[in-house]
Design a binder for this molecule. Sequence first.
Ligand code: PMP
Length: 304
Amino acid sequence: MHNFLPFAWFEGQCIPFNDAKLSIATHALHYGTAAFGGMRAIPDPNNSKSFLLFRADKHAKRLCQSAKFLMTELDEDFVLNSLETFLVKNKPTQPVYIRPFVYTSDLGIAPRLHNIETNFFIYGIELGDYLSPDGVTCRVSSWTRQQDNSLPLRGKISGAYITSSLAKTEAVKSGFDEALLLNSQGKVSEASGMNIFIVRNGDLITPGVDQDILEGITRASVIELAKSNGINVIERPVDKTELFISDEVFLTGTAAKITPIKMIETTLMSKEMPTMNLLRDKLTKITEGLVPEYENWVKRVNID
Ligand code: PMP
């Protein structure tokens, strides 16, 4: 069961989570016409009165871009200020996953994005590890990742998650932890809610942003971090068969952080993951606000 934070940001103010309710006729519920963010915030190891939000500016920007696809305006400063108010009101003591959400809020039928009201809320849950940090098993899904010309995949659009849900459940019901989806060209795109990286001969390789992936913020951070550590990063299409012969394969995402893949289908992957370990150690320290050069990746919120 999820441990929800006691207050939600709902219709312009913080109210008790259990009072934040929507009608069953809410438009977004029927048509998937919503977009969301997913951010992590952790207690500051150096200051009990402070909470650290990882790459809050990037998350706010992506959410506002997603709102554009829903043909509504959302202001980045408004999102950041609401997040801060939300954290101060909740005063969490554990690591939390925060879900800001923009949606068509009119009641009634007819799929559309014009002549319709939108609204915004935030809620949070206490969240430790979403996937096992020791590694996950994956299957290649029978479901294909949607194409950018059928769905704006650069946004985190709620309706898109039907494919993720089908793929995840197919994977779990067939005995795996996670699903890897190919795109309509048959190339590797991403997992149900994570981007994917492989390592071959010392190069860090990941599908480019034109491969029907979500433009993951952890992905961008890992790429930047790898480059600054002298690792050669290549963004290019990845074949399914490359997965099985890679030296390392791992997933990245806000919930998943950096998660190694230990088996794909019936192929056991190497347990030695020097590149992933290096990047994971560095990223963990950055999210904890312990690396001065990366201070600007972390927003400190005083929750006193
Ligand atoms: N792909 C999908 C489909 C996702 O839902 C997520 C999680 N937001 C990611 C990738 C990873 O993105 P991020 O690193 O920004 O959390």
